[in-house]
Design a protein around this ligand. Structure first.
Ligand code: ARG
Length: 594
């Protein structure tokens, strides 16, 4: 379905033409003065010069041609030349009926779907997930869902950090502790054991220990570098260990992401891109782009229009080692080969902006992608503590994601209990309350993140995020639960919800809610086009406010006029479905009750 603003635009264009004016620039938008009108059009203003007429006079002429409109009511020309208008009740009811009749509530699927790879998550193998990885997972998952909802083919790739020094460190530390393991015997040619010689908790202890040692002990550091080089060169025993580290770590990561309701289509990593490096480097050399500089191989990417210096992209270090950029370029080659995407979107900390500028330029210049392949970087800001510094534990250490989640679940549980007492409502059982706390807690965390523009830093505020009031996840869920409970009571009274039973109702509270519902398709389309989940959040916050206002001001279940009541119920049902769809694309869900 077309957006309501676009349908009104059509009417205005016709009226401008009928009044003898050019209509190509005419647009109707939502009013920024809702106290005066619902929609507005400023199309008369720029015509004054060529028409040699005051804009107000033009606006008045146009308005005359709107009197018979099926969609527009109360059209008015106001100084200095604006056209204010409302949507006709009868038309709005019809529009909402059509929305309600489609399972997608008026949001069309793309006619020409794009293939999009989203690179998000980016955890590092063998290191526990920490809050720094949270934003990428939460934002990336939502962008994936929004794009899918719009009908595009989306491939989410976790892009594991699995090829760096951390592997050499773990191997070195293991060797110190268990030198007798068969993985370290270079003369061994048989199969390696199925069972890994460590658990995830071992790994989580081994990595920080090794990392600390290597900072304090040069010889140890050199050993780890050597082990990394040998692993990369393909030493059999190290490769076998690497596979096991990967397996143990990925199992744990999957469990963690599942708790976040985040799910990847591909579990590839830096290591999977290695085999594309030689071909990619050769192509850059053949194209005459890669050249030696102080022993390293680099590609110049500076452009004349740059306002700040963009240094050359290093493809190979002087010792022959490849770097982060090399792997990312090889991964682009891999993705082009496997999926030929129209777009690759990276959801990564904004401090990596320079890296991606360099990588994208090399990829374009070197023809690793098509000229029209979109390479997009969505750099997100930091999640800070109340002190304005990157979020830490009380002891000042890196906060593990699991710990953070548990803190949220606990606080949520406490608030749910408190709220149940406050309402004097029946208490749910312990198990149910704990389950609900998880569902609502996840919404609190994700909404707290997603409601901010991704590029901005934000403050993680446990108390505010878990509040049932204000611009929070729990408030949105509470609204959904409220709608569900009214629908349930309606059905318990033996009535059936007729989703399309919209009637023109002359009531400003109803109309406000209707207008807000009608915005749904536009909001989703904008959130996709602008990679902006926060727009969905802002919308559902507003929708919830308008809905709750309607709920408080309207007798719904007590309404005597059955038709009117059915219309209220249809509106309530549509609101609920929109809210549920929106939270689904944001990556969380609502409980049955709270
Ligand atoms: N593993 C990286 C990190 O923790 C993030 C990876 C982002 N994705 C990419 N293609 N570079 O910083």
């Amino acid at each position: 379905m077309e957006r309501i603003a676009d349908l009104l635009t059509e009417e205005l264009k016709t009226a401008f033409t009928a009044a003898g004016y050019p209509a190509d620039k005419v647009r109707v938008s939502q009013s920024n003065r809702p106290d005066l009108c619902e929609y507005q059009c400023n199309g008369a203003m720029p015509l004054a010069k060529t028409a040699h007429k005051a804009p107000l006079a033009i606006a008045k002429e146009v308005v005359e041609h709107l009197s018979g409109s099926r969609r527009i009511d109360n059209a008015q020309a106001v100084a200095p030349g604006f056209i204010n208008m409302d949507v006709k009740e009868s038309y709005l009811a019809e529009y909402l009926g059509d929305m309600a009749a489609s399972s997608r509530m008026g949001c069309d699927e793309a006619e020409d779907p794009m293939t999009i790879v989203i690179d998000y998550g980016g955890p590092n193998v063998a290191k526990p997930l920490h809050v720094g990885h949270l934003r990428s997972a939460v934002i990336g998952e939502s962008l994936k869902r929004i794009a899918r909802y719009c009908g595009h083919k989306v491939i989410g790739d976790v892009h594991l950090g699995d090829w760096g020094l951390q592997m050499g460190l773990i191997i070195t530390e293991l060797q110190e502790r268990q030198p007798g393991l068969v993985y370290f015997d270079e003369s061994y040619t048989g199969d390696y054991p199925q069972e890994p010689p460590f658990t995830i908790s071992d790994l989580e202890e081994i990595y920080p220990t090794a990392s600390k040692k290597s900072k304090e002990d040069d010889a140890y550091h050199a050993k780890a570098l050597e082990a990394t080089a040998q692993l990369q060169a393909g030493r059999r025993g190290y490769r076998a260990l690497f596979q096991q580290i990967l397996q143990v770590s990925v199992t744990d990561l999957k469990r963690n992401y599942k708790a976040l309701n985040v799910d990847f289509d591909l579990w590839l990593g830096e290591s999977d891109a290695q085999k594309y490096i030689p071909g990619m480097v050769k192509k850059l050399e053949d194209e005459g782009l890669a050249h030696e500089s102080q022993g390293a191989l680099v590609v110049d990417v500076a452009e004349e229009s740059d306002s700040k210096e963009i240094p050359p992209c290093i493809i190979r270090k002087s010792d022959g080692a490849s770097l982060y950029a090399t792997t990312d370029l090889a991964t682009i080659v891999q993705r082009m080969q496997d999926f030929h995407p129209d777009e690759i979107l990276y959801v990564v900390d904004k401090r990596q902006q320079m890296h991606f500028t360099q990588v994208f330029r090399v990829a374009k210049k070197g023809g690793l992608v098509e000229p029209d392949t979109k390479l997009e970087f969505l750099g997100f800001g930091t999640m800070n503590g109340k002190d304005g510094k990157p979020f830490k534990t009380r002891e000042g250490g890196v906060m593990r994601l699991e710990v953070l989640l548990n803190d949220i679940y606990e606080e949520m549980y406490r608030k749910i209990r408190e709220n149940q007492e406050g309402r004097g409502s029946e208490e749910s059982g312990e198990d149910e309350a704990r389950e609900t706390a998880k569902v609502v807690g996840l919404a609190a965390l994700k909404y707290g993140d997603l409601s901010n523009q991704a590029s901005k830093n934000y403050v993680f505020d446990l108390d505010r995020f878990t509040s049932f009031e204000g611009n929070t996840g729990p408030y949105i869920l509470y609204t959904i639960v409220r709608a569900k409970s009214i629908l349930k009571r309606y059905e318990e009274a033996g009535k059936k919800v007729d989703q399309e039973a919209f009637l023109p109702v002359n009531d400003p509270n109803v109309k406000q809610l209707e207008l807000e519902c009608a915005r749904f398709n536009g909001v989703i389309a904008d959130a996709f086009a602008e990679t902006a989940p926060h727009k969905v959040c802002a919308y559902i916050y507003n929708l919830s406010n308008v809905f709750n206002h309607f709920y408080h001001e309207t007798r719904i279940l007590g309404e005597q006029d059955e038709k009117k009541q059915a219309s209220y119920i249809a509106l309530l049902d549509l609101t609920k479905r929109i809210l549920e769809t929106c939270i689904d694309v944001l990556g969380f869900s609502a409980p049955e009750r709270m």
